[in-house]
Write a protein that binds this ligand. Structure first.
Ligand code: ZN
Ligand code: ZN
Ligand code: FE
Length: 735
């Protein structure tokens, strides 16, 4: 008989790990103890070799649902005498590397109890257990114990306390538990009636409001949603008008997978994602006939998700219709996480369904899609974050990476580990920058982290770059935007050595001061060589060109035809007045407010304008989505282009596309051309792995075509292809 110490790291806190160990030890009649510390879980047992082996085998193969082991170390220590097996009080430790557990949807057992008339938590909107419920969103600090969460304000009743302290109970040390008697409570406020109701009446009232076409703000896990009846077109129109969101698609929450199948075509893989414990929004092919087109105007895709809290379940069971559920936030501001921030939206909602469990860390819904059976993460947040990613090498210095400016995320890296924050959002307002800083502080506080290196984008005007400059006594590391995009994917797949990176993106600042975005880079962690790029064109009006695809198209037309472009009888030209055309020609000719760009994203915009699909966008990525709709799989041909000295000249493409009489044909051939361009450049580097990333690879059609042509291509899956993946890449730059 010897004494062994077993140190387990990974997602092992707040997931019922200690009671699980307790039960195992009891099963094998082993003496010793188990405790949580900030590093993970420590087990000490007295056992023979054979007993130890059985114990570890059993431990590894029967983990609690939410637990995940990253490392498990066993060492023999000096013999210790034990009289029983105990769960010991939590210890503090100076270095913190235990993972923050994510927020998880309600489990099957809790769902059963929720609708069980004789259960004491019957219809209780905050029912939870060790295997489900809120985690990250309520955590103030590690270790994950009730006193370190916003549940500390709720004193457990006798019955809850009994469950909480019984190692054999499903609610043993489940931090967020409560019941009708002691836990969080609901309140509904209807604005027009100055009415306040609580408990089940609040749910009844909320459903009533939705049925009558009202707009309801609902406090969920990581923030509020704005919700309305998705079968009521007037309600949707009202929400669009009040939120000033004319066309951007809304996500729908549906009661269950059957209802989901009524509004979308769902593959097996997509069904798995929809019903997974993370419950993300999944972008699906909608079956348009059953849905009002105002949910996703002009687009055949629909974002769906299933209820992930008991509260959402109760609402949807009662209403029995799909609801529009969109994050409640003021334009450019982060998601509302408390009533004060929600008040800015008072003119949007008619009522608020509120509860008194504080949201400590805001967290949006995650958004995923499936392309050729691969999962693509468009937004990584609730259910998945924060995540830890292992680096293929050890970091010499503690690194903070600040991401870009849009779809921002931040990351901290130490040793071989990177912790990536949830999606924070665009840094376009004071509020969003504050929220961004709060996310950084949270990571610092929870992990006791102090950076030695701060990695940031090259762009001097990004809020993230400005923040980097405020750090004192640290090394600043500039990381080129598209290099970071490719690095992120390299880390995800732990690629070593050189890779051939294709970064098709919106815009990011390049080494030469131009706005890159159609880049071919040979990369390793130490640096990159830009071997090819889409030939520069002028972005007429700078920033304005991002909102107005017609400006990019016009610039390309001037390049092809000079001033004669003005006389062309095509949609782009018709989208301007004669005076505008003349003025823009001069601006183009003289290069006034017309920065050079090689962006593939802008090229998508230009094509959307040239074929007459979109002249001015109302939300980011609109052109790409519209072009997807026009793609015809049967079209196999492509347009000519020239490739010399690492420059891809697309003038021939532009000249050909304006002569095409079918929009669909033009768009299809454009997509095919992009693949031909990649294939042409890759030919000289085909001994290297192909890695593709950047915002343009959120495009489903482009991804499909890429994977058909290059089935071995590495594309981002767990991290987003958009700028949400930048921070991870920045951490891994050794340049
Ligand atoms: Zn549960
Ligand atoms: Zn209770
Ligand atoms: Fe980017």
């Amino acid at each position: 008989m010897k004494t062994y110490k077993i140190v387990v790291k990974g997602i092992v806190q707040g997931v019922g790990f200690r009671p699980f160990v307790y039960q195992l030890a009891t099963k094998y009649k082993l003496l010793g103890e188990v405790l949580n510390d900030s590093l993970g879980v420590d087990i000490t047992i007295n056992a023979t070799n054979e007993e130890l082996r059985q114990f570890i085998d059993d431990l590894k193969s029967n983990l609690p649902v939410l637990a995940k082991i990253d490392t498990l170390e066993i060492k023999e220590i000096d013999f210790r005498e034990f009289s029983d097996f105990k769960i010991v009080q939590t210890q503090e430790s100076s270095t913190k590397t235990a993972l923050l557990p994510p927020d998880i949807s309600i489990c099957k057992e809790c769902e059963k109890e929720l609708f069980d008339k004789i259960n004491r938590r019957y219809l209780y909107p905050f029912i939870t257990c060790t295997n489900c419920g809120v985690r990250y969103s309520i955590i103030e600090n590690l270790p994950y114990d009730r006193v370190n969460t916003s549940m500390r304000f709720f004193k457990m009743c006798k019955a809850c306390e009994k469950e909480y302290s019984n190692p054999l109970d499903r609610r043993y040390h489940a931090q967020p538990i409560g019941c009708w008697e002691c836990g969080p409570t609901l309140e509904l406020r209807i604005k027009s009636e100055e009415l306040r109701v609580s408990g089940l009446e609040a749910i009844g009232g909320a459903v009533e409001l939705l049925r009558s076409g009202g707009i309801l703000a609902v406090k969920g896990v990581g923030g509020y949603h704005l919700v309305c009846d998705a079968t009521n077109s007037e309600a949707i129109a009202k929400l669009r008008e009040r939120k000033r969101r004319p066309t951007k698609p809304f996500a729908l929450m549906v009661k269950d997978i059957e209802m989901a199948k009524g509004v979308a075509n769902i593959s097996k893989k997509e069904e798995e994602l929809l019903t997974s414990k993370e419950r993300p929004i999944v972008i699906l092919n909608s079956s348009l006939s059953t849905l009002h087109s105002s949910i996703a105007p002009n687009i055949s895709k629909i974002g769906l998700f299933l209820p992930y809290t008991p509260l959402h379940l109760l609402i949807l069971k009662e209403l029995n219709r799909p609801i529009v559920a969109t994050s409640a936030n003021v334009t450019d501001e982060p998601i509302c996480t408390n009533i004060k921030s929600l008040e800015k939206l008072q003119n949007v909602y008619d009522g608020v369904l509120e509860h008194n469990r504080e949201i400590v860390n805001g967290c949006d819904d995650s958004v995923l899609m499936v392309v050729k059976d691969r999962v693509i993460t468009l937004r990584r947040a609730r259910g998945y974050t924060p995540i830890s990613v292992k680096l293929p090498f050890k970091l010499e210095q503690k690194t903070l990476a600040l991401g870009a400016n849009q779809k921002s995320t931040v990351a901290i890296g130490f040793d071989r580990e990177v912790i990536l924050s949830p999606h924070i959002g665009d840094l376009d307002s004071i509020g969003s920058v504050e929220y961004y800083k709060k996310n950084i502080e949270t990571l610092f506080r929870i992990y006791g982290f102090k950076p030695e290196v701060v990695a940031h984008d090259l762009h001097p005007n990004y809020e993230s770059t400005k923040l980097a400059k405020e750090f004192e006594g640290v090394e600043l590391r500039e990381v080129q935007h598209h290099f970071a995009h490719i690095l992120g994917v390299m880390v995800e797949y732990k690629l070593k050595g050189k890779v051939f990176g294709v970064a098709f993106d919106g815009t990011g600042l390049g080494d030469d001061g131009n706005l890159w975005g159609g880049e071919f880079l040979i990369c390793d962690y130490k640096g990159f060589e830009r071997v090819a790029h889409i030939e520069y064109f002028k972005l007429l009006g700078g920033e304005k060109a991002i909102k107005e695809p017609r400006r990019v198209a016009l610039s390309l037309l001037f390049e092809c035809f000079g001033k004669n472009a003005i006389n062309l009888n095509i949609p782009t030209i018709k989208a301007f007045s004669q005076t505008e055309l003349n003025a823009l020609y001069i601006a183009w000719q003289k290069g006034l407010n017309a920065p050079l760009s090689s962006s593939a994203g802008r090229l998508f915009d230009a094509i959307a304008s040239l074929v007459g699909v979109n002249q001015v966008v109302s939300y980011e990525g609109e052109s790409g989505l519209m072009l997807e709709e026009l793609y015809n799989r049967d079209e196999k041909s492509s347009y000519p282009f020239e490739y010399t000295d690492g420059k891809i000249d697309i003038h021939l493409l532009v000249k050909a596309i304006i002569k095409e009489d079918s929009k669909s044909k033009a768009v299809s051939k454009f997509f095919n051309t992009l693949i031909e361009i990649i294939a042409t450049v890759y030919k000289d580097y085909s001994h290297l792995p192909l890695v593709a990333s950047g915002g343009v690879f959120q495009n489903r059609v482009l991804l499909e075509l890429l994977l058909e042509r290059f089935p071995n291509a590495y594309i981002p899956s767990q991290i987003p292809p958009n700028d949400g993946g930048i921070a991870l890449g920045q951490t891994a730059s050794l340049n």
